[in-house]
Design a binder for this molecule. Structure first.
Ligand code: LLP
Length: 427
């Protein structure tokens, strides 16, 4: 992957910049570990989705809902709200975030396999536009919740189309045997059950086959399965106003496995739908909107040579509690020195201070760094801060958004005092 000077995250004279601000000045002012997001990169990713959608030649709706779970920072969500995005949520907490960020409930779809009764009532009261329901027991629970409130709940059933997304096993959700969605062969019966429930209103069909997918073929297979079902349902007298194709588009993490450019991907999907007739299409992307816009800045604490012929360790001040993806999925993130020293350096495993051998951010990376230098872990705008924890009583990192030369602190660094204040000793 090459960086050009037009990239919001780029190099100037050997130093890393996020828009108009140098990474080193950010670390100096806000300390490390620090999550940095580029407003221009977030906006650019949104515009890429819109560029794909705008190539559609019929007047059917294409609605993009940001998957809040990928990056739920209020500052980030407020950017998408201003851009006119919808939102895909999976908890009552995410609903509150969307509303606090200026999003509208009428643009929210509520996904997730285990919605509680109280979450359902909260979402009904707010007026979300669709519940993506994942089982027949959930249909009954939602029907009850809506009845208690004297409402009709708008629903789509999430069907499991049984296609292999060819991604990490933990990120495969549309294959038979995954906990997600209603088995394809049971979908027609589930829709007929839903049609018989007084406080539900069927509006769509939903699917989501996985995350981090770089190949378009599994999406096209899922579209076919969904449209086959829609046609059956309409013959059964159940009109379907939209199909929701979920999220799942991967990004180029620089590990040799890259998806098509977003506009091309979106156009390919929409063309495939349109070949079978015009339909309103909804999406729920997360990673492809936020991942590349984020950088995790961290400082080198120690350089620890390994045993002779063994590996060297570059111990940084970010750890698996800050960025869990490498430890959890073996995920690859590019790691680069913030200041190019111009030498070849050494090969290091880049690891954090947490007391586990699984605490690594990158393996066998060529880096020319000294103690005190900064390194940047790239593409950490999705599933990064949101998956962080306080393991080893490590306060979570701060988050900033860069807009040109302006730095907005959108989450303060936690303090140990705040962590301890949640707990108490026995009397
Ligand atoms: N819709 C639903 C129902 C989902 O479950 C997800 C992601 C999305 C949309 C957004 O998918 P995306 O466009 O971001 O692929 N923590 C993992 C990823 C988990 C994805 C969970 N569901 C990782 O770090 O790779």
């Amino acid at each position: 992957m090459t960086m050009t000077k037009h990239d919001p995250i780029h190099r100037r004279e050997g130093a890393l910049y996020v828009e108009g601000v140098s990474a080193s000045s950010l670390a100096e002012t806000h300390n490390t570990p620090l999550y940095v997001y580029s407003l221009a990169a977030l906006t650019g990713a949104w515009n890429a989705w819109m560029a794909g959608a705008s190539q559609r030649t019929n007047s059917c709706q294409v609605k993009v809902h940001v998957a809040v779970k990928a990056n739920s920072n209020l500052g980030v969500l407020s950017i998408f709200a201003r851009l006119g995005a919808g939102f895909d949520i999976v908890s009552g907490g995410e609903l509150r975030r969307v509303l606090a960020a200026g999003g509208r409930a009428c643009d929210v779809v509520f996904s997730g396999v285990g919605k509680s009764h109280s979450e359902m009532k909260e979402a009904l009261a707010a007026g979300v536009k669709c519940f993506n329901v994942e089982s027949v027991p959930e249909l009954s629970r939602l029907n009850d919740a809506a009845k208690e409130m004297g409402m009709k709940a708008p629903i789509a059933l999430r069907v499991n189309p049984d296609v292999d997304a060819h991604t990490h096993a933990y990120n495969t959700t549309g294959k038979k045997g995954n906990k997600f969605g209603i088995d394809y062969s049971d979908a027609r019966a589930a829709y007929s059950a839903a049609a018989g429930m007084e406080n539900l209103e069927i509006i769509g069909v939903d699917c989501h086959i996985g995350s981090g997918i770089t190949d378009t073929a599994p999406f096209l297979a899922a579209v076919d399965r969904v449209l086959d079902l829609v046609e059956v349902l309409e013959r059964d007298g159940i009109p379907i106003a939209h199909i929701d194709l979920g999220g799942g588009l991967g990004i180029d993490y620089g590990d040799g496995d890259a998806p098509p450019p977003t506009p091309e991907f979106v156009k390919t999907i929409l063309d495939h739908v349109d070949r079978r007739g015009p339909r309103n299409v909804w999406f729920e992307p997360g990673r492809s909107l936020t991942a590349a816009a984020g950088v995790l800045l961290t400082k080198v604490e120690y350089l620890k040579p390994g045993p002779r012929d063994g590996k060297n360790f570059c111990i940084v001040d970010a750890a698996m509690n800050d960025l869990a993806r490498p430890a959890v999925y073996g995920a690859f993130h590019r790691i680069e020195a913030v200041h190019d020293r111009g030498g070849k350096g050494e090969v290091y495993d880049v690891v954090g201070p947490v007391c586990e051998s699984g605490d690594w951010l990158g393996r066998a990376r060529q880096l020319d760094v000294e103690v005190g230098d900064l390194v940047a872990v790239r593409d950490t705008g999705a599933y990064s801060f949101v998956m962080s924890s306080n393991y080893n009583t490590r306060p979570r990192a701060a988050e900033v958004i860069i807009d040109g030369e302006t730095v907005h602190v959108v989450r303060k660094r936690e303090t140990v005092e705040q962590l301890l204040a949640m707990e108490s000793v026995l009397p």
